[in-house]
Design a binder for this molecule. Structure first.
Ligand code: SF4
Ligand code: SF4
Length: 679
């Protein structure tokens, strides 16, 4: 009954009020952009008493009491898209002063699991404040070690989050500083074009050298085209390199065009097979191409007629026929070929809706990055920098966790030795429980959480990013290890031997036995139903997270991990303290109550355990004998003697009995027969 009581306490706590100190309140911030009437603009731009939007720009200018501009304020997500560990950006308000220095920064919203699971928010605030005073084009590194860069202290256990946040602040500041002209425009990372033999159309597609934007008639709200063409069908590329430029322009035109390029200028090529022109019927000589533009951060690049040369269909082997093509010069270092950029197309159905008086404009965009086989960066790639830096710093801890998992796996592989004697097995199990609790949990804070499972499912719905998966070395190693061992032996490898919270509960129960505390177990009828509760909790959390990430994250406080290993319990919400105390105290008298009835992570790991490749050995006779059943604390042995792999915590004690001719009845009989025969 006490389990039901726990559940009600938890629900009451979660619904009653603030369960986390999670910075929040601006879920809509990306769609609505900056609003200094609600955003704390003054806090990130000291001296400013009034803010005014800058026309056509996503940032606002701040004015002092004398009405002079003291700097600018911008929301990071309006100018850059740096994904942090959650796969979502840490939305940060950044202030920039007139000298091009970061005047202030404040996190407005984040969904970082590590901060939700364990790190106090204040540490993130302090980290963000450490960037104040850095010039927008300065280099910043975590933890020091570079002479030409500022160093800021990382937050232990949240390396990926803080790497992403540093990049967010500095990239945001740089973009605004370039745009307002307080620092000069430059390539974020210098690089050079690679030269190769001309490619076929197919090769260009395979290499990712061509970007593609297709808009259907239906997407424009129009009737199908009589010839079956889409509204617009654009292929585009940066064509400075010969393997791309020659097949698209022809050798003569490419050589001439490259010869015309000045410093910081690049060739941009666009072809179209849609029914609508990228030029537009209103295009006049000397005018601007207003139906498409390139966007790279805050830089917007529109092309003029003087930058344009008409092209016929490309000669590239296997290329389709295009009725419209153009070569454009991207001038003034406005296009950095090493970075991702957007092709933005503005379609208007007015020209096709004859007689209509209102034009229907719709904007479409696609992002593109020139592949490394065409353009190579001379420095680290900003898109992979976060996880590379995370590995450079986090590999020792990841190695330790990997070796620890490997040691457990080795014991399982050679379990014949381990299960030869009950005392040996029990001693090893206790040693590993202490190590998991003290070293993995208290010292290293390596406690996987259901928030990572929720983040994984959330990422599947959006842009799955391997960089994100790789970005936290310890979690990466832990999850790879968990996946492999769960398939081989079931969830018991982790839950029975590695999980710091599970290890703590195991040790508490052992202590309870030593102190001769009562052993409180639920009746079979209740236990058999309640053991499914954790699946409901896990499914409920994932579904809630998919619809409302913030609520899902709040409900995930059902896991007591944060209060146990990351944040001092006395600093938590009173309801969470009660919840933790209930779980903690009951673990002395009931065997791992949270693990068996509530843990959503245990439930997630139990699902693949159903098909584990190896479990404890059983005999037909086990259906009649109850010796192992009585000794199995997780109650994983069914009445028919078989084992439920989702409940089994791989203590292997039943396997010791299986081989013990003083315990297992068939073996006892064989031994006695043998002894009698010998006599
Ligand atoms: S059930 Fe949950 S708390 Fe228990 S050992 Fe498994 S993961 Fe850890
Ligand atoms: S005694 Fe129970 S928990 Fe331990 S290995 Fe056997 S079935 Fe699994």
């Amino acid at each position: 009954m006490s389990s039901l009581l726990w559940m009600w306490v938890w629900l009451a706590v979660v619904w009653a009020g603030p369960t986390t100190q999670h910075i929040t309140g601006r879920d809509d911030v990306r769609s609505h952009g900056l609003d200094c009437s609600t955003d704390p603009c003054a806090a990130v731009l000291p001296g400013a008493v009034r803010f005014d939007g800058v026309e056509g720009k996503p940032y606002a200018a701040g004015y002092d009491a004398a009405d002079a501009v003291v700097g600018w304020v911008v929301l990071s997500t309006d100018v850059t898209d740096v994904k942090a560990y959650s796969g979502k950006p840490v939305i940060t308000l950044v202030g920039l002063d007139r000298e091009g220095n970061v005047a202030g920064a404040q996190v407005v919203h984040h969904s970082e699991p590590i901060l939700l699971v364990g790190i106090p928010e204040q540490e993130l605030h302090d980290f963000v404040s450490a960037h104040v005073g850095f010039r927008a084009d300065d280099k910043v590194v975590l933890g020091g070690g570079a002479e030409d860069a500022h160093s800021v202290d990382a937050i232990s256990g949240a390396t990926v989050t803080v790497l992403a946040e540093t990049r967010t602040i500095m990239e945001t500041a740089r973009q605004v500083a370039e745009d307002v002209g307080v620092i000069s425009v430059q390539a974020a990372v210098p690089g050079h074009f690679v030269e190769d033999e001309p490619w076929s159309w197919e090769e260009m597609l395979d290499e990712g050298a061509l970007g593609h934007l297709r808009v259907t008639q239906d997407e424009m709200g129009l009737e199908p085209d009589p010839e079956g063409r889409p509204f617009i069908d654009l292929y585009f590329a940066i064509a400075d390199a010969p393997q791309v430029g020659i097949p698209l322009l022809g050798e003569g035109t490419w050589k001439w065009a490259v010869g015309e390029l000045g410093e910081g200028e690049h060739l941009f090529v666009l072809f179209n097979t849609g029914s609508y022109s990228f030029k537009g019927s209103g295009f006049v000589r000397g005018g601007i191409f207003d139906r498409f533009k390139l966007e790279q951060g805050l830089r917007t690049l529109s092309f003029r007629d003087m930058d344009y040369t008409k092209l016929s269909s490309p000669d590239a082997e296997g290329a389709p026929e295009f009725w419209e093509g153009g070569l454009f010069i991207a001038r003034d270092a406005q296009l950095d070929p090493g970075l991702r950029f957007d092709l933005v197309f503005l379609g208007s159905s007015y020209a096709l809706d004859r007689g209509a008086f209102e034009r229907d404009f719709k904007s479409f965009s696609v992002d593109h990055r020139t592949p490394r086989s065409v353009y190579v960066l001379d420095g680290p790639d900003p898109e992979s920098m976060i996880w590379r830096q995370a590995w450079a710093q986090g590999w020792p801890k990841a190695l330790f966790v990997g070796l620890y998992l490997f040691a457990v796996a080795l014991l399982f592989v050679f379990r014949g030795w381990m299960t030869a004697r009950m005392q040996r097995l029990k001693n090893l199990h206790t040693v590993f429980a202490f190590m998991s609790f003290l070293v993995l949990g208290l010292a290293l804070h390596v406690q996987p959480s259901v928030t990572q499972v929720m983040t994984f499912f959330g990422s599947l719905g959006g842009d799955w990013d391997w960089g994100l998966f790789l970005s936290d070395p310890v979690l990466f190693v832990s999850w790879i290890g968990l996946a492999i061992t769960s398939i081989l032996w079931g969830r018991g490898v982790f839950c029975g031997w590695v999980c710091p919270f599970g290890a703590m509960a195991e040790l508490q129960f052992k202590l309870g036995r030593l102190l001769k505390l009562p052993n409180l177990e639920l009746p079979d009828a209740v236990h058999d139903k309640l053991k499914y509760l954790r699946y409901l909790v896990a499914a409920g959390l994932v579904v809630t997270f998919l619809f409302d990430a913030e609520l899902g994250e709040r409900l995930a406080e059902v896991e007591p991990f944060k209060s146990t290993f990351f944040v001092p319990i006395w600093t938590r919400h009173p309801g969470l303290i009660v919840w933790w105390l209930l779980l903690f105290s009951s673990s002395f008298t009931t065997y791992r109550p949270f693990c068996r009835y509530l843990c959503p992570l245990g439930a997630a790991l139990a699902v693949p355990s159903s098909v584990r490749l190896s479990g404890p050995y059983r005999r037909d006779f086990c259906s009649k004998c109850k010796i192992c059943t009585r000794g199995c604390e997780p109650r994983a042995i069914r009445p028919d003697g078989t084992i439920d792999p989702r409940e089994c915590l791989n203590c292997w004690e039943c396997e010791v009995n299986y081989g013990d001719d003083k315990v297992c009845p068939p073996l006892v009989k064989i031994r006695r027969d043998r002894e009698r025969a010998a006599k």
